[in-house]
Design a protein around this ligand. Structure first.
Ligand code: IMP
Ligand code: MG
Length: 192
């Protein structure tokens, strides 16, 4: 892990902090959905590590399924708001209690698209659980029901979050050294 860790400016959330908060979220979800049918919808790929720990902290019967979406245009550390489903659910969510499991809410564009899309399928309820939330970056208001951590406006990687598909396996959430992405994006910018 040492060679990936050298790219991290600082650790924002340790693995112990992640575990403790996810245990709390699991307990809260278990209480609030007790006696109800529950379907977690994990947004790939970023949500996968969070989902796998969260489901083990949930004490009630439930199902989970996956959806993969992709954003296009714009620099790699900035959300474009242009979103497309690249892999859809296997489950019919009509009349189910759906809880979306996301890695991070930044501008809110991705989740707004997801909510709009899933609502047309008539779930009994639709709520949102995100590990990380960057409230200062919001461009569209989204109703978030469960938040692991509010974080400042910094580009973070690890625990599912990537830069250019790398760093997802880091067991903590850390701030990526800025010099690792600014140069690439300046080049992309001047090329367009
Ligand atoms: P939004 O549409 O701006 O809310 O962005 C949501 C998506 O952008 C997330 O699901 C991530 O894939 C990506 N993203 C936003 N901020 C970060 C970050 O700090 N690190 C890694 N990915 C991020
Ligand atoms: Mg990403």
């Amino acid at each position: 892990m040492a060679d990936l860790e050298k790219d991290i400016a600082k650790i924002l959330i340790t693995r112990e902090q992640l575990a403790a908060r996810i245990a709390e979220l699991g307990a809260q979800i278990s209480r609030e959905y007790a006696g109800k049918d529950l379907l977690l919808v994990c947004v790939l790929k970023g949500g996968i590590l969070f989902l796998s720990d969260l489901v083990r902290a949930i004490r009630i019967p439930h199902e989970f399924d996956f959806m993969a979406i992709s954003s296009y245009g714009g620099a790699r550390t900035v959300s474009s708001g242009v979103v497309r489903i690249v892999m859809d659910l296997n489950t019919n969510i009509e009349n189910r209690n759906v809880l979306i499991v996301e890695d991070i809410i930044d501008t809110g564009h991705t989740l707004t698209y997801m909510i709009g899309n899933l609502r047309t399928r008539k779930p009994a309820s639709l709520k949102i659980c995100t590990l990380l939330n960057k409230p200062s970056r919001r461009e569209i208001e989204v109703p978030v029901d469960y938040v692991g951590f509010d974080i400042p406006n910094e580009f973070v990687v690890g625990y599912g979050l990537d830069y250019n598909e790398i760093y997802r396996n880091l067991p903590f959430v850390g701030v990526l050294k800025e010099e690792l992405y600014t140069r690439v994006e300046e080049q992309e910018h001047s090329a367009s």
